[in-house]
Design a protein around this ligand. Structure first.
Ligand SMILES: [Zn+2]
Length: 79
């Protein structure tokens, strides 16, 4: 079904290069791991809006931290 299916490892995000979330209001720049409503590493969580998620750097275990989202009006990323 998936034309890009080259191997058996499915569901892995291959983009190792971290993308940068940049708030258009306060200009903070933070690398984020995931953008969307349901991060793979926190299946119990479903955000109501697409959000920029990174791992909580202060948590001992992998825990998602919501950095911000896109403005519903202008679609600019804001924290
Ligand atoms: Zn901000």
């Amino acid at each position: 079904m998936n034309p890009n299916n080259k191997g058996s490892t499915q569901g892995e995000d291959k983009s190792k290069a971290l993308r940068i979330f940049k708030c258009t209001k306060c200009h903070i720049e933070v690398p984020y791991h995931y953008f969307g409503k349901q991060p793979k590493f926190a299946k119990q969580l479903i955000f109501l809006e697409d959000s920029f998620i990174c791992y909580d750097p202060f948590a001992p275990e992998k825990r998602p931290l919501c950095l911000g989202s896109k403005c519903a009006g202008c679609m600019s990323p804001v924290c």
